[in-house]
Design a protein around this ligand. Structure first.
Ligand SMILES: Cc1cc2nc3c(=O)[nH]c(=O)nc-3n(C[C@H](O)[C@H](O)[C@H](O)COP(=O)(O)O)c2cc1C
Length: 317
């Protein structure tokens, strides 16, 4: 598999990152992906310092390969998560960031020798990130699971590639080797996949959630929170339907009040991941869910995606 200088410097066998998914991507999943030659990434999400420290310790125990941590910039614990990452600078190769602009933290990570690769949803943010000295960007389209921007992967990736002189990793709607090969064609050096790893054998996601992803069709997801703020792509379940009904009704009012939705949304990913709760849980997943048909070990997912991409790139259609 073709590897760019960045991917080689990360010590990867495959140019595939496992998305740092809040609640989902723990030390065990990240280590399994890293051991198999991809880049495993722990999702710090909204977790406090102690939880993130524990997951880093688990990953350290389970792998000698490089792994990363994702800092979710909407978290109330961002500063302490940054501290715990800096305290583990010897073990953490990469920091990815999501849901915002990480400019304030880039210099500290770089000074600690940690590579910084933020998720961007526009060429404008990618350019801003280039100016603060990041090592690459993850251009993520709105097909993805979790928090989403406005542009699609197909349109966003080549425009980010043209806008910056940085390695670009494509994310959003990539589920197999076709997606990886297509990403290379768009100018990316690799991909980040989230939804496909939700159902990895090593993923702790509740069986109800995994089953829902495996059963999903192409149109099984929807974006909630477009009016209330922080749009997220989720599977259409009872929770999503209830949420959208209230959101649409409020949006039509002259003075919308989204307080009830804030309460419903709070802790809803945890309820999905840990309890498989269809009534109150947000089953975040991407449009590519319809393509994900089997629970498989992370190593098998990586090898399958890379082999299919290699075949396509070598002309086997
Ligand atoms: C359940 C879930 C939680 C996620 N949490 C985060 C997060 O905390 N931070 C982040 O940067 N991205 C997060 N993401 C996005 C993934 O890291 C990844 O970029 C995305 O899933 C890629 O698109 P795909 O789902 O189409 O593969 C999340 C995605 C999912 C499905």
């Amino acid at each position: 598999m073709k590897l760019s200088p960045l991917m080689k410097s990360l010590g990867l066998k495959y140019p595939i990152f496992q998305g740092g998914m809040a609640w989902v991507a723990d030390g065990k999943l990240a280590a399994a992906v890293s051991n198999a030659g991809g880049l495993g990434i722990i999702g710090a999400g909204n977790a406090p310092r102690s939880v993130v420290a524990e997951e880093i310790a688990t990953a350290k125990k389970l792998t000698n390969h490089p792994f990363g941590v994702n800092v979710m910039l909407l978290s109330p614990y961002v500063k302490e998560v940054v501290d715990v990452i800096l305290a583990n600078k010897d073990a953490i190769t990469v920091v990815t960031t999501g849901a915002g602009n990480p400019s304030d933290y880039v210099a500290d990570f770089k000074a600690a020798g940690i590579k910084v690769i933020p998720v961007v949803g526009s060429a404008g943010l990618a350019k801003m990130m280039e100016r603060v000295g990041v090592d690459g960007v993850i251009a993520e389209g709105m097909e993805s699971g979790g928090h989403v921007g406005k542009l699609t992967t197909m349109a966003l990736v080549p425009q980010v590639v043209d806008a910056v002189n940085l390695p670009v990793i494509a994310a959003g709607g990539i589920g197999d080797g076709r997606g990886l090969a297509a990403s290379f064609m768009l100018g990316a050096e690799g991909v980040q996949m989230g939804t496909r790893f939700l159902v990895a054998t090593e993923s702790k996601v509740h069986p109800n959630y995994k089953k829902a992803v495996l059963k999903a069709k192409d149109a099984s997801t929807i974006v909630t929170g477009e009016f209330a703020g922080h749009p997220s792509r989720v599977l259409k379940n009872k929770m999503a339907k209830k949420y959208l009904k209230i959101e649409k009704a409020e949006a039509l009012k002259d003075e919308p009040d989204y307080a009830e939705l804030e309460e419903m949304g709070s802790g809803s990913l945890r309820k999905a991941v840990l309890d498989g709760d269809q009534e109150n849980g947000s089953f975040m997943a991407g449009e590519i869910s319809g393509l994900v048909k089997r629970e498989q070990p992370a190593a098998e997912i990586l090898a399958e995606v890379a082999t299919q991409a290699d075949e396509l790139l070598n002309g086997k259609y």
